[in-house]
Design a protein around this ligand. Structure first.
Ligand code: ADP
Ligand code: MG
Length: 509
C-alpha cells in the first residue's frame, strides 16, 4: 500500500485500494499515475492486457475531477459495451470514499431513453462506446464543451472494430484544450496516425514486452489430431476439476460448434462471438461470471471485454496467426497475481508455430501430454459413482418394480453387481487403452508402425475413425457427467486431482 501512497494518491482512494486487496501498483500504474495526477500533457500508455490500465488512468482521473463542477469533465471511450461497463464499475468502486463523483456508462444495445434520462443529472465522467455517444451528442443529451480529459481505452481494438470515423467525429466535438490519454496494448500505424492528428506532444510510457510477459502464466502445448481436439479438451477439463477457462477458436463457426459439442457432453459451456446480439453476449458473460458456465468458447475479438479474474486456464483450440493475439489470449488467465496455464492445441505440422512464439515472445512453452485414458477413466468413473451415491430415489419407483429387479439380481453379491455395472460404464466411456491420444499422434508423426512400437501393430492412421464422436461417446460419458453440474460439493469432496501426474513424460499439466 505504501507504494501506492508514494505515487501521490489521496486517502479515500488508498482506502479503497486497500479494501480491494491491491497491494502494489503494476508497472504501468507506477509509471502512469504520477504523470497523470499532475501532468498537463497528453499521454500514451502502452501495456498488455491484464496489466491494470483501468486503474492507471482511472485513479488519477478521479483525483482530478472537481465534484462541485457539474459539467462533464471526463469522457472515456471504450470499444465494447462490456468494457465500458467494467470501466464504469471499477471507477464507481474506486470513487467510493470520494466526495460524490458521478460516473455513468452509456452504450449501444440498450434503451437510449434511459440513458438520456440518466444524463439529465450532472455526470462528471461518461464512459461510452463510440456509436452510442454520437447518438447522444446529436440528441443533445451529452455536452462535451467543458471536457477536460478524454481517455481512449483499448485504442487498438477500437480501430480494429472500425470505429475510426466515429472517433474522428467525437473528437471534433471536444474542446482543444482537453488532455487526451490513450491506452492500448499495441501501437499499429492507424493509432500512430490518430496520435499525430489529435495529440499534442504526448508523454509516452511503454511497458516493454520483455517485462510484460506475465511470469504467473505457464505456457504449454499438446500435439494431437484435429479430430481429437474435443476429447483432449474434455480430458484436461476432467482432470483439472476446478477449471474455469476460455477456449479460443478462430472463427465464429468453430466457437459455436465446439460449444454445442461440449454442451452435448454435459459440460457447462457457451460461445461468445461477434454475431451475438448485445443481449445475448450479456447473458453469456453474466452466466460465466456467476460461475453458471465453466467454459467460455470465444473468438479473439469477442473476448476482448472479458475481465474475469479467476480463470485457471486459457486454451488455444486453434493458434492465432499473430503472436500479439497469443499474448492477449493468455493474458486472460493469471490475472491479479494468480497463477494460470495457457495450453495450445497443435497438430504435428504446427511445431514451427510454437518455436516462433517462443522466440518472438521470449517465453518457454513446454510440451505436455494429453491426460491418459486410464487416468481419465478413473476420474469419470469416480464422478459417475458420486452421482449414483447422491441420487435421490425417484418418486416413480414402485415396489413391484423394485421387487422384480431385486429378484433378477438375487444370485448376485453386491460386489458382483458393482462389477457388472462398472463394466458397462467402462465400456460406454469408450476409453480403451488404445485411446492414448498422444501415442497415436507420435505414431502418426513417425509415419506409422516404424517407431518404437508403443502402440504396437496399429498401422499408421488406422485408428483415425475410431473416435469418440457418435453415439458411443455421448451415450457413455453423458451419464457420468450428469453429476458434473452438481458442482462444488461433489468436486471438493472428491480427491483433488489437480496435482496429479499423467502421461509417460510425467510432466504436470
Ligand atoms: P487492462 O485494462 O490492462 O487489461 P485491467 O485494468 O482490466 O487491465 O486490470 C486487470 C485486473 O487486474 C482487474 O481485475 C483489476 O482489478 C486487477 N488489478 C489492477 N491493478 C491491480 C493491482 N495493482 N493489484 C492487484 N490487482 C490489480
Ligand atoms: Mg483495459
Amino acid at each position: 500500500m505504501g507504494k501506492f501512497k508514494k505515487l501521490g494518491l489521496s486517502k479515500p482512494i488508498l482506502k479503497v485500494l486497500d479494501e480491494m486487496g491491491f497491494e502494489k501498483p503494476t508497472e504501468i500504474q507506477e509509471q502512469a499515475i504520477p504523470q497523470l495526477l499532475s501532468g498537463f500533457s497528453d499521454f500514451i500508455g502502452l501495456a498488455q492486457t491484464g496489466t491494470g490500465k483501468t486503474a492507471a488512468f482511472g485513479l488519477p482521473l478521479l483525483e482530478r475531477i472537481d465534484p462541485s463542477n457539474k459539467a462533464t469533465q471526463a469522457l472515456v471511450l471504450a470499444p465494447t459495451r462490456e468494457l465500458g461497463q467494467q470501466i464504469a464499475e471499477q471507477l464507481k468502486t474506486f470513487s467510493k470514499y470520494q466526495e460524490k463523483v458521478n460516473v455513468l456508462a452509456v452504450y449501444g444495445g440498450a434503451a437510449i431513453s434511459n440513458q438520456i434520462k440518466a444524463l439529465k443529472k450532472p455526470v462528471h465522467v461518461i464512459i461510452a462506446t463510440p456509436g452510442r455517444l454520437i447518438d447522444l451528442i446529436k440528441r443533445k443529451a451529452v455536452f462535451l464543451e467543458d471536457l477536460e480529459y478524454l481517455v481512449l481505452d483499448e485504442a487498438d481494438e477500437m480501430l480494429n472494430m472500425g470505429f475510426k470515423q466515429e472517433l474522428d467525429k467525437i473528437l471534433s466535438y471536444t474542446p482543444d484544450h482537453k488532455l487526451t490519454w490513450l491506452f492500448s496494448a499495441t501501437m499499429p500505424s492507424e493509432i500512430k496516425k490518430i496520435v499525430k492528428k489529435y495529440m499534442d506532444d504526448p508523454v509516452e510510457v511503454k511497458i516493454d514486452s520483455k517485462n510484460i510477459v506475465n511470469t504467473d502464466i505457464k505456457h504449454v502445448y499438446s500435439v494431437m489430431k484435429r479430430s481429437d481436439k474435443t476429447e483432449a479438451l474434455c480430458r484436461f477439463i476432467d482432470i483439472y476439476q476446478d477449471m474455469r477457462a476460455v477456449v479460443f477458436c478462430r472463427t465464429k463457426r468453430d466457437t459455436q460448434d465446439l460449444a454445442e459439442e461440449l454442451l452435448q457432453l454435459n459440460y457447462k459451456a457457451d460461445a461468445i462471438h461477434g454475431d451475438l446480439s448485445q443481449k445475448q453476449r450479456d447473458r453469456v458473460m453474466g452466466r460465466f461470471k456467476k460461475n453458471d458456465l465453466q467454459l467460455l468458447i470465444a473468438t479473439d475479438v469477442a473476448a476482448r471485454g472479458i475481465d474475469v479474474n479467476d480463470l485457471t486456464h486459457v486454451f488455444h483450440h486453434t493458434l492465432p496467426d499473430d503472436e500479439s493475439y497469443y499474448t492477449h489470449r493468455s493474458g486472460r488467465t493469471a490475472r491479479a497475481g494468480k497463477k494460470g496455464t495457457s495450453i495450445c492445441f497443435i497438430n504435428s505440422r504446427e511445431g514451427y508455430k510454437i518455436r516462433e512464439l517462443k522466440k518472438k515472445l521470449k517465453i518457454d512453452i513446454s510440451q505436455v501430454e494429453i491426460p491418459a485414458a486410464d487416468d481419465i477413466a478413473s476420474i469419470r468413473i469416480e464422478k459417475w459413482a458420486e452421482t449414483i451415491a447422491q441420487t435421490q430415489q425417484s418418486e416413480r419407483l414402485n415396489s413391484s418394480l423394485v421387487k422384480k429387479v431385486n429378484k433378477m439380481f438375487s444370485d448376485l453379491s453386491k460386489d458382483e453387481l458393482v462389477e457388472k455395472l462398472l463394466s458397462i460404464q467402462l465400456d460406454q466411456l469408450n476409453l480403451g487403452s488404445n485411446k492414448n491420444l498422444n501415442r497415436e499422434e507420435s505414431e502418426e508423426r513417425r509415419g506409422g508402425g516404424g517407431g518404437r512400437g508403443r502402440s504396437g501393430g496399429r498401422g499408421g492412421r488406422g485408428g483415425r475413425r475410431r473416435e469418440y464422436g457418435g453415439k458411443g461417446r455421448s451415450g457413455g460419458s453423458k451419464s457420468h457427467r450428469k453429476g458434473k453440474g452438481k458442482g462444488k460439493s461433489a468436486d471438493s469432496k472428491g480427491k483433488k486431482s489437480g496435482g496429479k501426474k499423467y502421461g509417460g513424460k510425467k510432466k504436470k499439466y
